[in-house]
Structures are given as C-alpha cells and as structure tokens.
Design a protein around this ligand. Structure first.
Ligand code: SF4
Length: 221
C-alpha cells in the first residue's frame, strides 16, 4: 500500500458518505455496553438491547452487578448470545467498580494503559477494547473489524489472513493520529461495507475508484 493509500481511502469514503458521527449512545456506559452487545450481531439488535437496559434502569454499573441473570438475559435478548453477553456485561460492571463506577475516571488513563486495562476484562478483545478507547475515550486509535479485513484484502493491501495488529498498523502507520478522523474512518468503512463492499460486492458505482474490483466488468463475485 502506498503511503497515501489509507488517507486516500478515507477521503474517498468521506466524500461519498459524509460524516457518520458515531457512536450513538446517551452515556459512556451505554457506549461500552453497546460495544459488548454488538459482538457477533447487527447493530439494530444491540441498540434494542441497550434501550431495554436503559428502560429497566440497568445502565448503571452497580445495577448490572446486582441484577439477577434471568432479568438481565430478558433485557438483552435482542442482541443474541444473551447468556455470554450477560456475563460480559457483569464483568465490565465489576471492572468499573475499581474506578468508583465512574467511566470518566477510567477514561483518564493514558491510551495504552486504558487499552490494556480493558483487554483484561472477560469478553473484551481487541476490537471491543479499541471501540471503547476510540468512541468512549475519544482517543486516536483505529478499530479493525471483519469489514475492514474484507475491504483491505479486496484492495490488495493485505492477505486474507492478516491479523488484527497488521490491519490496524496499515492505517495507524500511515495517517495522522487524529481521534476524530480515525473514529470516522472506521464508521465509514462499515457504511461502505453495507452500501457496496458487501459479501457479494456491488462494484458498479462504488466510489473507491482505485480498487482492483473496478477492473471486473460486472464487479467482483
Ligand atoms: S470496487 Fe468492489 S471490491 Fe472494491 S471496494 Fe468497491 S465494492 Fe469493494
């Protein structure tokens, strides 16, 4: 990938789709809960689960620690994998107790320290941790997901088996470390994956004109 590749991609996507203004959440805890609830599911189900937690007064760390399993599962069922995700939400709430249940105290940690602390929480992997660091903590970090992997591979920037750190470095090593831009970049990639770069891509009319997919008259299969 050329040095300008990631920056050019960002500019093309921004011009095509405009600012996405992620992450939609009413509070830091709602954001973090959403980052767990969206694991392996679509955002609509996760958003519904966050809303149902809020309606039940469960978007408080103490309430999440105390609520019984059945009630928690019933609230987050729209996000799927509700037993696993319930356990992860509880682990997050237990972790937050070390910060006085104050997310802003957590977000005062230095970026690497914050990321490492989150990675120690049960059920929080790199994608979820980076989502929280980026959209909750407002830090300059690029979130990698399955859409990123697919797009970068189709662009010829990475192998299909490139790992999380390699894909993250493709961006972090080439664009300015600006929090707002990196937050938008990930959101734009998700938007692009839904509009054009789907599992069966719609290359016709795709704004990423430098992608090899445009070499195929009917687009990629
Ligand atoms: S040209 Fe096709 S494969 Fe390339 S980014 Fe666009 S939709 Fe994806």
């Amino acid at each position: 990938m050329s040095h300008g590749g990631a920056m050019e991609l960002y500019q093309v996507l921004l011009a095509a789709y405009g600012r996405q203004k992620w992450w939609p959440a009413d509070s830091a805890l709602a954001m973090m809960a959403g980052a767990i609830l969206v694991q392996n599911t679509a955002w609509t189900g996760a958003a519904r689960a966050v809303q149902r937690l809020a309606e039940a007064g469960l978007l408080e760390a103490a309430a999440l620690r105390q609520v019984d399993d059945e009630r928690l599962w019933e609230r987050i069922r729209p996000a799927g994998y509700f037993r696993v995700k319930g356990q992860r939400l509880r682990a997050l709430a237990t972790f937050l107790a070390d910060y006085g249940d104050n997310c802003q105290r957590l977000f005062r940690l230095e970026t690497t320290e914050l990321r490492n602390a989150l990675l120690k929480v049960h059920g929080i992997g790199k994608e979820t941790a980076d989502s929280i660091v980026c959209y909750g903590g407002g830090r300059a970090i690029f979130v990698v997901d399955a859409y990123t992997r697919r797009l970068f591979h189709r662009l010829g920037w990475s192998s299909a088996k490139a790992d999380y750190d390699q894909l993250q470095q493709l961006v972090m090593g080439t664009v300015p470390p600006e929090a707002d831009m990196l937050a938008e970049f990930h959101a734009l990639i998700v938007r692009h994956a839904k509009n054009h770069c789907r599992s069966k891509p719609l290359c016709h009319g795709c704004p990423v004109v430098f992608c090899p997919g445009h070499s195929f008259p009917q687009g990629r299969e």
